[in-house]
Write a protein that binds this ligand. Sequence first.
Ligand code: CTP
Ligand code: MG
Length: 227
Amino acid sequence: SRFFALVPAAGIGERSGAGMPKQYVAIAGRPMIAHTLATLAAVPRIAQTLVVLSPHDDRFEAVLPACDAWVARVGGASRADSVLGGLAELRRRGAADEDWVLVHDAARCLLRPEWVDALIDACEHDAVGGLLAQPIADTLKAGDAQGRVTVTVDRRDKWAAQTPQMFRLGLVERALEALGAAATDEASAVEALGLAPRLVRASMANFKVTWPDDFALAAQLLASCRT
Ligand code: CTP
Ligand code: MG
């Protein structure tokens, strides 16, 4: 079985306040998505990467002429819809049920090849699959609409889920079809089938650029790992 990467990049980046889809904001001289795709291209075991764009996207062609990823303009209203569209496109291009798909957010542009290798090493012989994740270090609070703490949550068994998330094509497609748009990641859909994905520790640096001040943080990290 082969390894494919699938990069959902059809979001609008509302929380980022960037005024454009955040994956096209330039960080350290290149659009965020260019960093993301360069890292995936640097993992030899990944046979091919498919990028899922919005049908209305008019930025990808201009910013990535040199990119050798496959492109599908099948993005949907939710991340799960975009991933399902991408999985169907992978099938059209010859991927099979037993091939592995590593779904990775375009907005996690700090991904490093060694973390992808660690995920593949940990999961390629696993019956279920798994995801990169980070144990929670901070004390966790639940809050109400007024911004007051309602309860402190035990952090000891809690992890922050990241991407890539790696499952066999047939399994992840069945899982997402069953859970629908409610799934904010692939693992939660697989969990809803009663399966337990493997947690593979990565780094806090594999964070998802989400809020306005995340761009500066990402730029500093990218600059520091190039020197
Ligand atoms: N994504 C997608 N299709 C959607 C929504 C999200 O392909 N309908 C992608 C985004 O482009 C991003 C990844 O899924 O790379 C993670 O989603 P998120 O960080 O939530 O990005 P946005 O949805 O763009 O941001 P926001 O939720 O702030 O609007
Ligand atoms: Mg979103």
